[in-house]
Design a protein around this ligand. Structure first.
Ligand code: ATP
Ligand code: ATP
Ligand code: MG
Ligand code: MG
Ligand code: MG
Ligand code: MG
Length: 269
């Protein structure tokens, strides 16, 4: 090929550090909304769960999976989303900074781009930001445990927040009083408060709130009618054409335990 002209400035490229992700590991990028406690206040999010915000997060994550390469599963809750790249991905030579910045910027621009579709009457008051990190998991077990950890976090926070806000919204406690009331309580105690004081069976709360959202690729048979051009003087003909496409689907299911991984063996393959 043609030799590229090099300037005397070219040497500064050597200051760039190598950040290749270790081969054969699962690459996880986790994003988290920057100061979303304030963002939620400023945009009148419902407490403890604003479903518009959760659906917008999922729309953004879906866009990330469709626009970028090699993401096999994503999991989101609250203001965070985790994206898992397939073990053998060689996208951008596995450079961690490329993975992280492309996920974060695609997600953030989507959040603004799709805002109005989810928050019709609520103007976006300032541009949100998301931090990102890359973590490598060396085995299927550690990856499963990572996702289980995020889902357990969702469960623990959501149970706490559900009781906390019921005490405030329905019993008229101040936030400090609600916090005092919940200090030292165990899971069973919180379930009991919800049931006896508010007639809420926690297990009947929406799955999206309790489990978070899992995004996976799913094969769908798509049947379309297509104009078939035939040779010579024959008439064009309409014909049903079936083809298999993959698209991203959202599930609010358990990742903890074996059932999910038995149903979706292709993810870890
Ligand atoms: P940091 O910048 O350190 O992440 P943060 O304020 O974003 O700070 P997080 O621990 O990430 O802190 O918590 C996110 C907060 O955003 C929640 O505690 C809650 O107040 C708010 N939030 C996020 N998503 C929702 C939602 N769907 N509905 C209601 N509130 C939400
Ligand atoms: P990659 O994803 O690898 O960065 P790329 O297409 O963005 O691919 P770059 O080397 O970054 O490749 O080049 C950016 C290209 O975008 C330019 O070559 C040009 O075609 C276009 N471009 C960017 N800014 C402008 C601009 N202000 N006016 C016209 N064209 C632009
Ligand atoms: Mg945080
Ligand atoms: Mg945050
Ligand atoms: Mg968070
Ligand atoms: Mg470019």
């Amino acid at each position: 090929g043609v030799a590229m002209a090099k300037s005397k400035f070219e040497y500064v490229r050597n200051f760039e550090v190598q950040d290749t992700c270790l081969p054969h590991c699962w690459v996880v990028v986790r994003l988290d909304g920057r100061n979303f406690h304030r963002f939620a206040e400023e945009h009148n999010f419902a407490k403890p769960n604003d479903s518009r915000a959760l659906h917008l997060m999922t729309k953004c994550a879906q866009t990330v999976m469709e626009e970028l390469e090699d993401i096999v599963i994503a999991y989101g809750q609250s203001d965070e989303y985790s994206f898992v790249f397939r073990k053998k991905s060689n996208w951008f030579k596995r450079r961690a900074s490329k993975f992280m910045t492309l996920v974060a910027s695609q997600f953030a621009s989507s959040y603004v781009f799709y805002w109005r579709d989810y928050f019709e009457d609520q103007p976006l008051r300032y541009p949100p930001g998301f931090d990102g990190r890359v973590v490598l998991y060396p085995s299927n077990q550690t990856l499963k445990d990572y996702l289980s950890w995020r889902q357990a976090d969702c469960h623990i926070n959501n149970l706490y927040n559900t009781v906390f806000w019921a005490l405030i919204q329905q019993s008229g406690l101040t936030p400090v009083q609600a916090q005092q009331r919940l200090k030292g309580t165990l899971t069973a105690d919180k379930n009991e408060i919800l049931f006896s004081e508010f007639h809420i069976n926690y297990n009947n709360e929406p799955h999206m709130y309790r489990k978070g959202t899992v995004l996976v690729w799913q094969k769908v048979e798509e049947v379309r009618t297509q104009e078939v051009r035939l040779p010579a003087e024959m008439e064009g003909e309409k014909k049903a054409v079936a083809r298999t496409r993959t698209r991203v689907v959202a599930l609010n299911c358990d990742l903890i335990g074996d059932a999910f991984w038995k149903e979706h063996p292709e993810i870890l393959a």
